[in-house]
Structures are given as C-alpha cells and as structure tokens.
Design a binder for this molecule. Structure first.
Ligand code: ZN
Ligand code: ZN
Length: 559
C-alpha cells in the first residue's frame, strides 16, 4: 500500500467471535491490507441448540480474504481459542505461532481431523519479539488456567496494540511464571500503548481472583483429612498446574496416581515431555493397576468436570465406566466450576455420585477451584499499568463487556475512546484515534458430527420437534382418476399419546381426505399443491383440538 502522504498506515481490527459470548474467540489484526488471525476458538452449544456438538465463528470473511492472511497467532491452548483450527485449516493454510504447550494442545484436534499437513507450527518463547506478516509481534507471559499463556503486543505503524489474551494476575503461580506487568509497563512508558483489548470474563466480579497455589493447600488438607479412602479428582485436562497440585497432594498423602479419560492421559504425557509437569518417579501408574492397591494409596485424575455426558466422570456416575466403578466410601473432588450452561449436567453427576455412596467435594463447599480470569481489581491493575489511549473490552458475554467498558471509563480513558463492540464489528486505529469501521458477517456456524453447518432452519426444526412433536400424514392418490386410493395414514411422535387419541387421529384422517379430494375436484393434480392442502387442513384441526403447534409433515404419493 502506498502512503504518498507518508502518514503511517492505519490498523484495522475485525472481531469474528468472543464478543457477546464465552467462547469461539477470533479476531483479525490488519495492517497494510495483510491479516494476522488472533485465536481460532470454538464454543460449546447452549441448551437451545439441540444436537449441536460445537459452534464455530463464521469463517466467511477469512475465506474470502484467505490470500491476505499471513499468519495465525494463538494466545493459549484452551479450545475456545484453538479448537476452530481443525475447521479453518480446511479453507486456508498459514503458519501458526504460540507457546510450545499451546501448539501441542491445539495440535491434537488438528491431527485428529487429518489436517496435520496443512499446518506449520512455530513455537515461540516468553518475551520473544518476531516479525510476523505486516508487523512485529511480542509474546508477553500472562498467568491463566493453562500454563504458558501470552498477551500479545502488536508493534504496528500506529504504535503498540496490546491484546491481553485470557489472563489473571497471579502473584504466586505454580510455575513461578508471573504476568509480565513490568514489560507492559515499559511498553507504556517508552512507546505508549495506543489500544488495549482486554479479557472481560470476570468483569462483574469485584476484588482479585485467588492464586492458583491456594488450591494446592486446600487439596492437601482435603486429602490428609481422609486417610485410607480412594480419591477421584476431576479437572480440565489442559489445566496442567491444577494437575500438578493434585499429583503433589496425592503423593504427599502416600498415594499413587492414575489418569482416566483420553485427553487427560494425552495432556499429562505432553506436559511431562515439555517439562511443565513433574511426577515423582514411580508415582504414575496405569489405571488397570489401581485395583491391586489399597484404596488409601490411590488417586485417579479424571476428565468430566463439566458433566459432559460421555466423559470419564459421567460414566462413573452412571456406573458405565468400564475402567472404574465408584464404591461406597470413595471421595470424588470436582476441581472446577461449571461453565455457564453446564450447571445442570454437573448437578446431575454430583447427585448420581451420591447415590453410589461417594463423598463429593466441589467448589461450592471447599476452595478446590479458582478462576483463571482477572477480576475487577486485576483489570484495573492492567489498565493502570498499560495506560492505553483507547480500549475495547473482549472475551465475554455482552454484560461483561458493558461492565468492563464502564470500568475503563472510570479509570480515565475518554468515553469516545472506549468502544463497545460485538461479533462482526470492525474498528480502525489511526492518528485521530479509534473509531468504528463497518461490520462483516459473524454469525454462528453450527457443527453436528464431524461435518458441516447445521444452519438456523435445522435448529428451528429441532426446537419445534422437541417442544411440540410431529404429525405426519401419508396420502396416496390416483392423479388420473382424481381420487384417493386409501384413507390417509396419520403417524405422530411427541404430539398426543396415540392409543388414547384414536378418535382424534381418525378425525384427522377424514379431514385430510376431504381436503385432498376437494382440491382434486377443483382441478389440483400435482403432489406439491395437494401436500399444501393436506398440511393446511391437518394444521387447522390440530390447533383447534389440542391448542398445540406440532410440525406437520404431509407426504403425498401419486400412483
Ligand atoms: Zn477463553
Ligand atoms: Zn482460556
């Protein structure tokens, strides 16, 4: 791009996901017409998305501009930041930068999708600054609920744009690797930070998030108070520091550790290889070996802390886990907090575990979990250290973004330089400051199974089926003679209890027969229009007799 007037090029930022929901984080940083993609996440479906496995950002903008994409940068290894790579890489290929652990975690899904050869993984280390596409990108350490997370400083022609990633300010992190406030402070002093984009997940919560290491103390106390009993502890498989603290507490109480759940086994192995997780020699045993040990010498670390139906913990709760049966006197610790939307599933798992006689310890009763996201005190700390000229709250439901925007204004950022954006919004930063710059498509992309987009129409149908059921009518007609071959057959699911509604079904059959016969007498001779007549007649009767609106499916067959 020529800048004849020698003014530095503007920076454009396009938000494709994560602003207005928890999950599917994705943004584009654009300089001189080149694009760096920041995170490519997935979202887990809401209860009103029946049958949907996961939700992706809409990739239309990236597909249409694939030739402008120079690189993908990953802030950390959580699936809501990396899980979409396995889909995006079908449409475009670009080098992917992130910490070694983030890339290792992201890689699992990409390899499983058979797209390993479409990805070039470029590991970067703490504090590293690299030329990536149109600008320098600096990888600044932050603490979060997965190790080796980064905030990203983009050194652009407009100055520094800082993206916090997901972060908290943990002053006693398990690995001693603290959020590098000193570096952020020196960027603010030396160059000035033009724009801050910051994590809003906990923006409604006052105070400070407790240190991850506080969980270790609780776990040790919980283990020590229950000698002789078998422990099962569930947590996120990517939360390596939590796993470390579970291992430490278990080993300190004379136990051996086994993992349960595929991702738990894989991640423990990866983290050990990278030197991020340390398990004392001989303390890690195979799950099949635990039956030979007395209960008081066993700790199983399991997946399923979110009540996911097919996870190791859910299967234990229903007695369907082939590897492990929960027994009377077992202690189950759920070392996580349900993500919004998962409360019900987690509650049901806890109930079933009680039914099997286990003692269940969860974050509602003991401090066996702390959040990985900054609360108001930490958000204020980052704002006061970074001193940004402009601000956009990111990562959160709409109300989190609103609270974070208010907080930024209260810290002295001018109101017109705090922009509340949502998915699909674009902003531009130039000499005059930050302003809006149109919108791009950024709807939900629903994935069901391994392929494809489910679409809004399909979801609407599924909701209707779930709430109202379906009534099907099969009509066989002789188009030449213009008469019915047989009485219409009615079949229903989820509408009325058929045996008790026999009369209603007979009446429905008669009503459809009359409507279709009349239509043919009036000259209708094609199956589509006869289908419409059947649907209208049946729909009217169904709504009059039952005050319900099930899905009506007419099938007209011509002989
Ligand atoms: Zn996140
Ligand atoms: Zn995260």
């Amino acid at each position: 791009m020529a800048n004849a007037d020698r003014r530095p090029a503007p920076v454009r930022i396009v938000f494709l996901g994560g602003l207005g929901e928890i999950g599917r984080n994705c943004a584009c940083i654009e300089v001189n017409n080149r694009i760096i993609v920041l995170d490519v996440g997935i979202m887990f479906p809401d209860p009103d998305m029946p049958g949907v496995d996961l939700v992706l950002p809409e990739f239309r903008y990236l597909k249409e501009n694939a030739d402008r994409v120079d690189a993908i940068v990953i802030t950390h290894g959580h699936e809501d930041h990396t899980g979409g790579l396995a889909y995006l890489l079908r449409d475009l290929s670009a080098p992917i930068y992130g910490s070694e652990l983030s890339l290792g975690l992201a890689r699992n899904r990409v390899d499983e999708a058979g797209l390993g050869d479409r990805a070039t993984w470029v590991p970067v280390s703490d504090g590293e600054r690299r030329r990536i596409g149109p600008c320098d990108v600096e990888f600044i350490p932050v603490t979060h609920s997965v190790p080796n997370a980064f905030a990203l400083a983009f050194h652009t022609p407009q100055g520094v744009v800082l993206h916090s990633g997901d972060f908290k300010i943990d002053l006693e992190p398990v690995d001693g690797r603290r959020t590098d406030l000193a570096r952020i402070g020196s960027l603010a002093e030396d160059e000035g930070i033009r724009l801050l984009l910051s994590d809003s997940t906990n923006a409604e919560e006052p105070g400070f998030t407790a240190s991850e290491s506080s969980v270790g103390l609780t776990l040790r106390r919980v283990f020590a108070a229950r000698p002789g009993r078998r422990f099962v502890v569930a947590c996120f498989a990517s939360h390596i520091h939590r796993i470390q603290q579970i291992v430490d507490a278990a080993v300190a109480s004379g136990r051996q550790v086994a993992t349960l759940g595929r991702s738990m086994g894989k991640n423990v192995e990866l983290a050990q290889e990278l030197g991020i997780l340390t398990v004392p020699e001989g303390s890690l045993v195979d799950i099949d070996e635990i039956d030979d040990l007395p209960p008081g010498r066993v700790c199983v670390i399991s997946t399923g802390s979110q009540g996911e139906p097919m996870s190791a913990l859910s299967l234990m709760a229903t007695g369907d886990n082939k590897r492990l049966q929960i027994e009377n006197d077992d202690v189950v610790v759920i070392s996580a907090h349900p993500i919004p939307g998962n409360e019900w599933s987690v509650g049901r798992v806890i109930d079933e575990l009680h039914r099997r006689g286990a003692e269940v310890i969860h974050s509602g009763a003991e401090a066996v979990h702390v959040s990985g996201h900054a609360r108001q005190g930490e958000l204020r700390t980052l704002l006061s250290v970074a001193k940004p000229a402009s601000f956009v709250p990111v990562h959160g439901e709409f109300r989190h973004l609103v609270h974070h925007a208010e907080l930024a204004r209260s810290m002295g950022i001018p109101s017109d330089q705090v922009l509340l954006c949502e998915d699909g919004d674009a902003v531009v930063l130039d000499q005059k400051g930050l302003r809006r710059d149109g919108t791009v498509p950024a709807g939900y992309l629903y994935v069901d199974g391994t392929v494809g987009d489910v679409g809004h129409g399909v979801l609407r149908d599924r909701r209707l089926l779930a709430e109202e059921g379906v009534v099907m009518v099969v009509v066989t007609v002789d188009l030449h003679e213009g008469e019915l071959c047989d009485m219409p057959q009615i079949a229903t699911r989820g509408w009325v209890h058929a045996p008790e509604a026999e009369e209603l079904l007979e009446e429905a059959s008669r009503v459809v027969a009359d409507a279709v016969t009349k239509a043919m007498r009036d000259g209708a001779r094609d199956v589509e229009s006869l289908g419409r007549h059947a649907r209208r007649a049946l729909g009217r009767l169904v709504s009059e007799r039952t005050r319900r609106r099930p899905m009506i499916v007419p099938v007209v067959m011509a002989v």
